[in-house]
Design a protein around this ligand. Structure first.
Ligand code: BTN
Length: 243
C-alpha cells in the first residue's frame, strides 16, 4: 500500500519520529501518513546522536508503515528499501550516491541524507515501522560536519515539497517491487550501491585501525568484512569507517 496520501506539515516539532510515535499511541495516524517539519528542535540521529540542520532549508520527515510483514530478523530489508529509494531519487536529479552501511547516503565522500527507522515489534514480527529521513536540500554550509546538500552538489535551490513528492514516488515504487520480487533482488541492488563494497579500506573496531574488505551484509543487517583470511561480522556499534 502506498505512502503519502496524507501529509501533515508542521512548523516546529521535537522530532517527526516522536510525533508519529505519539500519534500511534493515540491511534490517530494511519498507514502511509507523512509528517513533515520545517524545524526539529530535538531531531534524532542514529546511535543516540542528534540530527541538527538549518530550519526551513532541508527535508526532515517521517512516515508510518503498517503491514510491514517482515520478521524481526528480516527488518534490515526495510533499511535497504529506504536507502535505495533515496539513491533513486538522487539519481533522478543526476546525482550518483552511495550507501554507507547501514543507511547513510553519501555523495562524493560527504553525507547528504540519514535515515532513522524505529520499529514496533510484536510476536517476533515488525508490526509498525516509523521511518524518519533527513535529506539535506538547500543548506549551503555544514560547519564541522562532513556533509553536503542538493544545492551544494547541483548549484541550484529546490522546492522542498517537490523533492518530498519525488521521494514518496520513489519509495512507493521500491516498496511495491520489494513485495513482489524475491528478497535477493533488493539485496543485490543494495550491495551494488554500497560504499566500499569489495574494496579494501580502513576501519576502526575495538582493537584499533585495520584494513578490510566488505564482502556482504547478513540478513540481519550485520556488515561482513574480510579481514586477513577471516570473515568478521559487525553490528553498527562495533565498527567505524575511515573516509
Ligand atoms: C542519522 O543519520 O543519524 C539518522 C538521521 C535521521 C534524521 C531524521 S530527520 C526526520 C526524522 N526525525 C528525527 O528525529 N530523525 C529523523
Amino acid at each position: 500500500m502506498q505512502i503519502g496520501q496524507k501529509i501533515i506539515h508542521l512548523e516546529s516539532v521535537d522530532s517527526t519520529n516522536n510525533y508519529v510515535a505519539n500519534l500511534i499511541q493515540r491511534s490517530e495516524i494511519s498507514h502511509g501518513t507523512v509528517i513533515l517539519a520545517d524545524e526539529q528542535f530535538a531531531g534524532k540521529g542514529q546511535r543516540g546522536a542528534e540530527w541538527h540542520v538549518n530550519a526551513g532549508e532541508n527535508l526532515t520527515f517521517s512516515f508510518l508503515l503498517e503491514n510491514v510483514n517482515l520478521s524481526v530478523s528480516q527488518q534490515f530489508y526495510l533499511t535497504q528499501v529506504v536507502s535505495l529509494s533515496l539513491i533513486s531519487l538522487l539519481k533522478k536529479l543526476k546525482l550518483t550516491a552511495q550507501i554507507k552501511w547501514p543507511n547513510d547516503i553519501y555523495v562524493k565522500g560527504s553525507k547528504i541524507a540519514g535515515v532513522l527507522i524505529e520499529n514496533q515489534v510484536s510476536n517476533g514480527m515488525v508490526n509498525k515501522s516509523i521511518i524518519g529521513i533527513g535529506l539535506n536540500v538547500n543548506q549551503q554550509s555544514f560547519e564541522g560536519f562532513n556533509a553536503t546538500s542538493l544545492t551544494l552538489e547541483l548549484g541550484q535551490s529546490f522546492h522542498l515539497k517537490e523533492v518530498l513528492f519525488s521521494f514518496i514516488h520513489s519509495f512507493n515504487e521500491h516498496w511495491m517491487a520489494f513485495n513482489n520480487e524475491t528478497k535477493q533482488v533488493i539485496k543485490n541492488e543494495y550491495l551494488t550501491h554500497l560504499l566500499n563494497y569489495e574494496k579494501t579500506a580502513k576501519y576502526i573496531d575495538e582493537t584499533g585501525e585495520f584494513e578490510g574488505k566488505i564482502t556482504g551484509v547478513t540478513e540481519a543487517g550485520q556488515l561482513e568484512l574480510l579481514v586477513g583470511s577471516e570473515i568478521k561480522n559487525y553490528d553498527i556499534k562495533g565498527i567505524q569507517f575511515i573516509l
